[in-house]
Ligand binder design. Structure first.
Ligand code: MF3
Ligand code: CO
Length: 255
């Protein structure tokens, strides 16, 4: 069942989204060659505590995972697409990192991700990230009453495919609210004009993830969480939490 949110509930989710965006900006500012992923996770955990918010990720344990999630951030570096665990790994110049972060305020969640290059960037990585951001914006633009879920997936998918990127099969966005993951699934590729009819009060996390090598298949890392590209190519992942309103899409995960 899809839980519809009232305007007052969306306003609380906006506060969660503000925390999420603020933390993501701080993590990006602190990520430099030599910084460990664990240090970034500690920074985010401290900011979360200061904001009086709770982590959506820490101890999250879906049935497919071998252990509860051990961090507040997902830090997915280079060939890691999503769900990279913040380890003692120290960032290196030129690393492409995706940072994903979720927080709840009064039980209402926000979820967002950014991708960026540490230090000196290869043009191919900047193109991959820019295309993912473009696809996210295009997907968000479709999140309006009367449109169909397939319109969001179509907008995202055609941009990734046109650039020759892969889309990481089985993965996409989700409904979000009192739980981080709620129905419906939000596809990153779908036929337009098909699927759920969108209505004001629905809130979705929209999250394109593109792989440079063009392959959709993937593998799990030894930690059982991290999803890697199958060919070792790099991936970019970006995400916003977006409310469908009578006035159109409203992005909640901004400062
Ligand atoms: N944005 C990611 C997702 O929706 C967040 C994963 S959280 C984790 O899949 F706890 F599962 F890592
Ligand atoms: Co998400």
């Amino acid at each position: 069942m899809i839980e519809m949110k009232t305007e007052a509930e969306v306003a609380v989710m906006r506060e969660a989204g503000r925390v999420v965006a603020t933390v993501l900006h701080a993590v990006r500012d602190h990520a430099a060659a030599g910084t460990s992923l664990r240090e970034l996770d500690d920074l985010a955990a401290n900011m979360l505590a200061d904001a009086g918010a709770k982590s959506s990720f820490l101890n999250y344990h879906p049935n497919w995972a071998p252990m509860p999630y051990p961090g507040v951030l997902c830090t997915s570096v280079n060939d890691a697409v999503v769900h990279g665990i913040p380890t003692e790994y120290r960032l290196r110049d030129g690393d492409l990192m995706s940072v994903d972060f979720g927080a709840s305020v009064d039980g209402w969640h926000g979820d967002a991700a950014i991708s960026f290059v540490v230090g000196n960037a290869e043009q191919a990585d900047l193109d991959l990230i820019a295309t993912a951001e473009e696809a996210l914006a295009a997907g968000i633009a479709q999140a309006r009453p009367g449109n169909r879920m397939g319109d969001i997936g179509h907008a995202i998918g055609v941009i990734g495919r046109a650039a020759g990127y892969g889309l990481t099969a089985d993965h996409g966005g989700h409904g979000i609210g009192r739980a981080m993951h709620e129905p419906p699934h939000v596809p990153n590729e779908a036929p337009p004009g098909k699927g759920l009819t969108l209505r004001a009060g629905m809130v979705f996390a929209i999250e394109p993830m593109f792989t440079a090598g063009g392959r959709d298949d993937y593998r799990y890392g030894e930690d059982g969480w991290t999803i890697h590209t199958i060919d070792g190519s790099r991936a970019a992942h970006v995400e916003h939490t977006v409310a469908v309103t009578e006035d159109g899409p409203r992005v909640l995960t901004v400062p």
